[in-house]
Design a protein around this ligand. Sequence first.
Ligand code: ZN
Length: 311
Amino acid sequence: MADGDGNGWVVCRCGHRHWGRYGAAGLFLLVSAEPFPPGSPFPSDTQVLLQHRALWSHQGGTWGLPGGARDSHEDAVTTALREAMEETGIDAAGGELLGLCRTEHIDWAYETVLLRIGAAPPTRTNRESLELRWVALSDVPELTLHSGFAAVLPTLTGRRARLVVRAAEVLAAADSGAASGSSEDNGVARPAGSLATLLAALSATIVGRPIPLPTGGSRHADGDPGANALESVLVAQIEVLVEPPIVFVTSADPGVLAVDASRLTIDRLLARVGPGDVVVTADPQLVRAADRLRVATITPGRLLQLLAAGG
Ligand SMILES: [Zn+2]
């Protein structure tokens, strides 16, 4: 591993070539003095930092996000912050991480890091930019955008959810699925076993990607999905609530946070979430309380289905 070892093209089976041997990451940097309410789209007058791409660059002359190739030893947040510093002069390391959005290709991936800072700092361009500009979100679609950024923009600006996972419930559900042993359950039971396996599966399958949630009526997502209108939300972050004795656990994924849940009563848990968040639980008391706060719930079984379907 060395600085710059990600520089290089990948010939992808999608039919294109992409910059970044280990994938690439960009920074979707928003300015707001106040934190954004969870789960709702960003206000349309929120400003985002865009880069008018140098003419020699890929799709030169279009507008996109500061970003670039990920080095082998970096996670997406590290790459996005480093590239933003190089290309804009902005040190956004103190910003609030709002989540990740992942675009998977066959042989390559791009990760967009969503970050909030309180005020717009001055920028300086380097040779990769014709111009840097703070643009209101409502004005972004008026510009000629880089095709990759244009494709992901609706997801970035749409509903974002934080998924709160009670690890003990999900691991128990996975164990019982494995014990029931029917062949249909095999895929569902796949993330059974260790917490590390669950964290890896959440990271690989759920965080940074859209998942379907039912809208209207019951917000509890475990009935027949066909019976409800489905709305897709970007799972921008996952909080995994971990009970003792296993509390010293970390995730390699900046979008998946392991939290010591030993002192988290239901009241304290609910104080951490807001409308638009999604709690994974089958605990009837927690489901009812979440419903009153307009916090959606899905059962551990539904999460395991999503993990199996997306793997
Ligand atoms: Zn590709």
